[in-house]
Design a protein around this ligand. Structure first.
Ligand code: G16
Length: 547
């Protein structure tokens, strides 16, 4: 048989496998199109079977295209309610799927029949010159949602149909999967990221945390609300590896057995949007509190004062704290040519941006919502700090920065210890994606070094009062934006109405954008006082009635 005949035979066999398996995972009756949104496909779990199956096909093609590097697939709907689920792909270095492939994901998900799907599969392979007999490897995990196991079966069918080799990492936080994917793909390099398993993740974090905390007293008790999601048991596992002498954490909302409790009146999204304590948190003045989201890739902090007044320390506060500490260390190290930058979105509080730019003298870039956008912008700095206000973020140290730090010849013990601290931070902070557990350790460590409690941290700058509202509309896809989502282009005329409202408020700012993870639009407003911020958010929300 000629090479060509062999190739043709492989193609035919694989297409028939795709069609056969696809018939067990038919596309549901669903009027709208599926879209690969802010963080992959996300919707009610009962609609996702075919989508997840098809992601299995695409992940296989992506791995083949990248010479058999391992691709990750995470089944989670993060902050969404328990009845939702979702799926997203992870690229070989632990980053979000390359944007140009989102189009293929969307096309696969929307193919109407098994034959159409096989055709799309063939077309992508043809267009991208992917050999269908090339090796492919996929690693996957899921959160604690009840719908997870069935979706894993659909995924396995997709991977089997396309002929991938796969590893099931079972229940993981999203950042753990990102860590594992990068670790697998760098295992044979001169610079492996870590051991490619959960135990390796815990060991890496705990040894970096111990290095960063050397000589510092044990921090005060921290209460962590785990949103009744996967972060609870995983944080408990990390604490066991760390040992009781290092950190006292009281984990609340850690019930993953009753899956309906997930994100219910707790978790990072609840605390950020409601600006109040989650269920089950006893307010002890000046103690540090934190909330994770459902898959532990976001974290927000908070505390109450003597009068039990609530103060939120969100992603903007984390970014400012991290940038401040890193700037100080760079100053102490004597290294002058490393550029720190902060990446935010339109949701960043105006005061945080002013503080970072004017007081810390650190440049700020604004991108669209979605870690995938922030991550790439942060990579343009030597040390890129990126955080969304909702608590999703991390700090990236570029490979050349790590090299510069490793080879730097310090001329004093002070310089030496600053450089060592920066290198330990690079190990402590998840370099692949925002990670609530790693960010928790980062914040605790920085506060310990500055001898700060939560109120000192909060005092660095004062947030402008703000309000984030979720509004259900008839068609969220009718909302189109520009300028990093700060201005609406469509529906026509709406932005002018928002501008008219904003003009009436001191320090007023408001914008509207469609969510990429929920069937709703989000309204953000900030103004000089809490009452005014609430009023502006309400008035802008009223403009959306009937749209
Ligand atoms: C995801 C994304 C985040 C984004 C959030 C909300 O978070 O990873 O970058 O900020 O959705 O996005 P949207 O406003 O478009 O709904 P998570 O934690 O839900 O995966």
């Amino acid at each position: 048989m000629s090479d060509q005949d062999l190739q043709d035979q492989i193609i035919l066999q694989q297409l028939s496998q795709v069609e056969k398996f696809s018939s067990v995972h038919p596309r549901p009756d669903f009027d709208a199109d599926f879209t690969y949104g802010t963080a992959g496909f996300r919707m009610r779990a009962e609609l996702l079977d075919s989508v997840v199956f098809r992601v299995g096909l695409l992940a296989t093609l992506r791995s083949r295209k990248l010479d058999g590097e391992t691709i990750g697939v995470m089944i989670t709907a993060s902050h969404n309610p328990p009845e939702d689920n979702g799926v997203k792909m992870v690229d070989p270095q632990g980053e979000m799927l390359e944007a140009s492939w989102e189009v293929y994901a969307t096309r696969f998900a929307n193919a109407r029949s098994d034959e159409d799907l096989a055709r799309e599969y063939f077309n992508v392979a043809e267009t991208l010159k992917i050999k269908l007999d090339a090796p492919a490897k996929v690693a996957f995990g899921r959160d604690t949602r009840a719908s997870g196991p069935a979706l894993v079966s659909a995924l396995k069918d997709g991977l089997t149909a396309a002929g991938a080799e796969f590893s099931d990492f079972h229940v993981l936080t999203t950042p753990q999967l990102h860590y594992i994917v990068k670790s697998i793909n760098t295992a044979r390099s001169s610079n492996p990221y870590g051991e490619p398993n959960e135990a390796g993740y815990y060991r890496k974090l705990s040894s970096a945390f111990n290095a960063v905390m050397q000589g510092k007293p044990k921090p005060k008790l921290i209460t962590v609300d785990a949103a009744n999601g996967v972060g609870g048991p995983k944080l408990a596992e990390l604490l066991e590896v760390l040992g009781g002498d290092v950190l006292d954490v009281n984990i609340i909302n850690d019930d993953v057995a009753v899956t309906d409790k997930l994100n219910y009146q707790c978790g990072a999204d609840f605390v950020k949007t409601q600006q109040k304590l989650p269920l089950g948190a006893d307010p002890e003045p000046s103690q540090l509190y934190a909330s994770l989201d459902g898959d532990a890739d976001r974290i927000v902090f908070y505390y109450v004062d003597e009068a039990k007044k609530f103060y939120l320390l969100d992603g903007d506060k984390i970014a400012s704290l991290a940038a401040m500490f890193i700037q100080e260390l760079l100053g102490q190290s004597g290294i002058e040519d490393l550029q720190v930058g902060v990446v935010q979105t339109a949701y960043a509080n105006g005061s945080s941006t002013t503080f970072i730019q004017d007081v810390l003298k650190v440049p700020v870039t604004c991108t669209s919502t979605g870690v995938k956008h922030l991550h790439h912008a942060a990579q343009l700095y030597d040390i890129g700090v990126y955080f969304e206000a909702n608590g999703h973020g991390t700090v990236l140290f570029s490979p050349s920065t790590i090299k510069a730090l490793e080879t730097f010849e310090a001329s004093s013990p002070g310089q030496q210890s600053a450089v060592e601290m920066l290198l330990s931070l690079a190990d402590l902070i998840n370099q692949t994606v925002g990670d609530a557990i790693s960010d928790l350790l980062l914040v605790v460590a920085v506060l310990a070094h500055k001898s700060w409690g939560p109120s000192e941290w909060n005092l660095a700058y004062t947030d402008l009062p703000n309000r984030l509202v979720r509004v259900v509309v008839n068609n969220r896809f009718a909302f189109k934006t520009e300028d990093a989502e700060r201005r609406l282009v469509e529906p026509q005329g709406l932005q002018a109405q928002i501008n008219d409202l904003v003009k009436k408020y001191k320090f007023g700012r408001s914008f509207v954008r469609a969510s990429g993870t929920e069937d709703a639009v989000r309204v953000y407003a900030e103004a000089a006082t809490r009452l005014e911020a609430d009023e502006l958010a309400l008035k802008v929300s009223e403009l959306l009635k009937g749209l």
